[in-house]
Design a protein around this ligand. Structure first.
Ligand SMILES: [Ca+2]
Length: 147
C-alpha cells in the first residue's frame, strides 16, 4: 500500500465512522407509557424517568409511534399563544405538524385545548390538558450534533 493509498484508506474509514456517529447521536428512543395522566403530570414523569415528552419531527417518527401502539397518547406539544415543544426544540423539525384536518384540528374548543394528543391514526388533536391519557416520552439527544 502506497502512502497515498494508506492516507485515503484512513480518511475514508474516519469519514464513515463520523457518519455513523452522527446518525447515532440523532437517535431518540420513544417510550409509550401506558398509564393515564394529565399533560402536566405526564411531562413531570417523562422528565424524571426519561429525557422529556416526545417531540415528533417528521412522518418517519409518526410511523415509529404507530408501530408501538394504537392508543391515543399525549405528545410534548402545547400552546402558550404559540405552539411550543416541551423540550424547547426549535429549528429544523420543530415546525412539523400532523393535525387531524378532517376534524379541523387544532380548534381550541372551550378555550381549554392547549395540549396535543396523537390519535391511533397518527393524526394530532388539540385537547383539554387536564384529561388523562397514556403518553409518550423519549430518551436520547434533544438535538443532532454534526461534527
Ligand atoms: Ca380539538
Amino acid at each position: 500500500m502506497t502512502c497515498i493509498q494508506l492516507f485515503l484508506y484512513v480518511y475514508i474509514s474516519l469519514y464513515s465512522l463520523t457518519d455513523w456517529l452522527v446518525l447515532t447521536t440523532c437517535q431518540r428512543e420513544f417510550h409509550i407509557i401506558n398509564k393515564a395522566l394529565n399533560w402536566t403530570e405526564a411531562q413531570t414523569y417523562c422528565r424524571q424517568k426519561f429525557t422529556d415528552q416526545a417531540t415528533i419531527e417528521n412522518d418517519e417518527e409518526i410511523s415509529k409511534y404507530r408501530d408501538k401502539t394504537l392508543a391515543d397518547s399525549w405528545i410534548g406539544l402545547l400552546s402558550k399563544i404559540n405552539w411550543m415543544w416541551s423540550d424547547g426544540l426549535t429549528g429544523s423539525g420543530a415546525e412539523y405538524r400532523n393535525w387531524e384536518t378532517s376534524d379541523d384540528e387544532p380548534d381550541f374548543i372551550s378555550a381549554s385545548q392547549y395540549c396535543v394528543l396523537i390519535g391511533d391514526n397518527g393524526k394530532w388533536w388539540d385537547y383539554d390538558c387536564k384529561t388523562e391519557f397514556p403518553f409518550i416520552c423519549y430518551k436520547g439527544k434533544t438535538y443532532c450534533v454534526s461534527f
